[in-house]
Design a protein around this ligand. Structure first.
Ligand code: NAD
Length: 309
């Protein structure tokens, strides 16, 4: 089986490439990446065919998708604050980029397409847990782009018969996640600061909550989706319904690291949602065999990776 991973040099992408290469059914993994937020070093030692460039380049996609059985579309400019700073760049990469991927899949004769959407599409809708049937209410350009992306997947299923699976990722964390930029996610930002002896910056009061998912759980779902060609045109949450406040996360990191980190509070970030917790019913029905790695275990593995960098 030949699998294309767009954004394969990124955090989730490179973890997925390693997982796919470990599956005997997978004969080739092709990566499409422009290295805008990902790193070539993430692919060191992994036997991939690299297509360097943007998902906005249809010719590059035609080359990469020729003869492919499946496409895992992860390429995007992630982060809510990045999209607030530059909404057009976010829209081009995330919404138009997804449409280009789907059109290339159509030209290539219809490989299976599974793509990353985001829990941010629930936005201003305060109801918990987040069920996929709830009304989306994006609060940031990033969320708008992801809502467009998953809607294009559904459209390509209904109009052209593509087998698709839009997955709404929640807060994914784990090895390879970058901490060295202004838009770093909370777990790597906290680990990086704590290991360097700096205080952790908590935006707002720290009582905002998230449904954290260890990257190994995410890549297991993605690999299974590809191998079993799990199709579902309506979005599916990729999280298991846990709810952890940032202050609880700080406490758990203190346990993992052996000493409680110092915390400073900063202003809340515009576009950030207050609480996030998935209803995992749809996910569990489609992937009954996947058992999530618990938060404490995932944090321990991630801290070990950060220490060894
Ligand atoms: P990441 O930044 O590490 O990976 C994204 C990858 O896409 C990078 O390698 C980057 O170079 C590449 N890329 C960006 N624009 C591109 C373009 N135009 N053409 C080709 N490649 C391009 O981020 P990640 O955390 O691994 O995220 C992977 C996917 O999951 C993204 O779609 C993101 O929006 C989604 N997601 C992630 C989370 C999370 O918690 N990490 C949550 C929700 C959704």
């Amino acid at each position: 089986m030949r699998v294309v991973v767009t954004g394969g040099a990124g955090f989730i992408g490179a973890n997925l490439v390693a997982e796919l290469l470990a599956r005997r059914q997978v004969t080739e993994v092709r990566v499409v990446d422009d290295f805008s937020t990902g790193h070539k070093s993430n692919l060191a030692g992994l036997a991939v065919t690299l297509y360097e460039g943007s998902v906005l380049d249809p010719e590059l996609l035609d080359e990469a998708f020729a003869g492919a059985d499946a496409v895992v579309h992860l390429a995007a400019l992630p982060s809510v604050p990045r999209s607030v700073a530059d909404p057009l760049a976010s829209h081009h990469a995330n919404a138009t980029g997804t449409l280009q991927v789907l059109e290339a899949a159509r030209r290539a004769g219809g490989p299976y397409v599974v793509a990353a959407s985001s829990s941010s599409v629930y936005g201003a809708n305060r109801e918990l847990p987040k069920r996929e049937t709830m009304r989306p209410a994006p609060m940031s350009p990033y969320a708008v782009g992801k809502l467009a992306a998953e809607s294009y997947l559904a459209a390509h299923h209904h109009c052209y018969g593509l087998d698709v699976l839009p997955l709404r990722f929640f807060n994914v964390f784990g090895p390879l996640q970058s901490a060295d930029h202004a838009y770093a996610a909370v777990v790597p930002a906290f680990l990086d600061a704590a290991l360097a002896g700096r205080p952790l910056t908590v935006h707002g009061d720290g009582r905002q909550s998230r449904d954290f998912t260890y990257v190994g759980t995410v890549t297991e779902v993605l690999a299974e989706a590809v191998l079993r060609r799990v199709a579902h045109p309506d979005p599916v949450n990729l999280a298991f319904g846990t709810r952890t406040t940032l202050l609880e996360l700080v406490a758990q990191l203190g346990t993992v690291l052996g000493q409680p980190p110092a915390v400073v509070h900063a202003a809340p970030r515009p576009g950030d949602v207050r609480d996030s917790q998935a209803d995992g019913t749809r996910l569990r029905a489609l992937f009954p065999g996947v058992v999530p790695v618990p938060l404490a275990e995932g944090l321990a593995r991630t801290a070990a990776w950060f220490r060894g960098r």
